[in-house]
Design a protein around this ligand. Structure first.
Ligand code: KG4
Ligand code: ZN
Length: 342
């Protein structure tokens, strides 16, 4: 089966062509095109939804033709058109959804809508079979979720952030420190040169027995600390701030996952999302899993951020489980309907 997979939920237009035989856990990535809008949004310090939608409109057709020609595949050869429908910026989502519908309609192809969070987790499927059930941890600029997954398609959110996502916290704190948006990667590098015990920051996990997170307290704490230091005419070591805040985030993620594995007694963790590019978080999760004899899966750096390959991988299992979409397919800014609230 040949999948054309389209992702446009935020500030990356992404199109991939992926081959996967029906019923088998095998994937061949024939092309993986990503057009990032980071430079466009950097001057505003964050994603501007209206500008994102327009940039997707400009990019999507040429990127699709490039993905097809790089894969040496003609439109007629595609079997399934997969597209992210939720959650995300609605104007951005609708560009991908409508392009996918047009493509599927023109060439008479099967169409399937994919949940973006399920997509992030699915970036782990392309390396072969994964033992189920598993716990998935997704952290990106817009999402922070712990998921109880009975299968590749049956997901239940058991923990989430009550306010800022982890990537959002990195970006907002980084911006206040004068770094360029998106700040996560730069803060990762700065953290490597700092002292993680230089500052004692508040933990970001909820202490009410839930698997939830809250990051707004950490953000306010650091912004106030920077304001006070500036008022007094002093400066604080950026490397130490990054190292200390990264440590507190890693500790809280490990704490919540530890609680979660104690409850569910599973033996597999899948981590995914743009924040999983963070070297300190990857190591913290890998160490945690090694100590607990848990199988740990995390995508290569190239598939942590938004991409089309992950949408193809999620679509395959949704399709094989009997899902499919018709021309009424629509985008949704949030996916509350499909996800059990904590
Ligand atoms: O998954 P993604 O590409 O887009 C969303 O779906 O949001 O994630 C982007 C987020 C941004 O907040 C960015 O700062 C963060 O991932 N990020 C990182 C790193 N690389 C990207 N955060 C921490 N450390 C990194 N190395
Ligand atoms: Zn994402």
């Amino acid at each position: 089966m040949l999948y054309l997979a389209i992702e446009s939920s935020c500030d990356e237009t992404a199109v991939a062509v992926v081959r996967s035989p029906e019923g088998r856990d095998e994937f061949e990535v024939l092309s993986n095109e990503i057009n990032s809008q980071v430079d466009i949004h950097a001057e505003y310090g964050g994603v501007v939804p209206e500008i994102a939608s327009r940039a997707h409109v400009e990019a999507i057709a040429p990127l699709t033709y490039k993905a097809l020609s790089d894969a040496n595949v003609k439109p007629e050869q595609i079997d399934v058109v997969a597209v992210t429908t939720e959650p995300g910026l609605i104007g951005a989502l609708l560009v991908g959804v409508n392009f996918a519908k047009g493509f599927a309609y023109s060439y008479g192809k099967r169409l399937i809508g994919v949940n973006h969070i399920k997509g992030h987790v699915a970036a782990n499927y392309i390396n072969g079979k994964i033992n189920k059930p598993f716990i998935a941890f997704v952290a990106s600029g817009g999402h922070t979720s712990i998921i109880n997954a009975a299968s590749y398609t049956d997901f239940e959110t058991v923990g989430r952030t009550l306010d800022d996502a982890i990537g959002e916290a990195f970006d907002k704190i980084g911006r206040r420190m004068g770094l360029n948006y998106p700040c996560g990667a730069e803060m990762d590098r700065l953290a490597a040169k700092g002292d993680p015990s230089a500052f004692r920051f508040p933990a970001v996990h909820m202490k009410d027995g839930s698997f939830n997170f809250s990051l707004s307290g950490l953000k306010t704490h650091i912004v106030n600390m920077l304001n006070t230091a500036e008022m007094k005419g002093g400066t604080l070591c950026r490397e130490d701030i990054c190292a200390s805040l990264t440590k507190v985030i890693c500790d809280s993620v490990v704490h919540q996952l530890d609680q979660c594995f104690k409850k569910y007694k599973y033996k597999t963790l899948l981590a995914a999302g743009g924040v999983l590019a963070n070297s300190h978080l990857r190591k913290a999760l890998s160490d945690f899993c090694a100590a607990r004899e848990i199988d740990f899966h995390v995508p290569p750096l190239s598939l942590c951020g938004d991409n089309g390959v992950m949408i193809a991988a999620a679509a395959k299992y949704e399709l094989e489980a009997g899902a499919g979409s018709d021309m009424s397919l629509d985008g949704k800014p949030s996916s509350k309907d499909d996800w059990k609230r904590v």
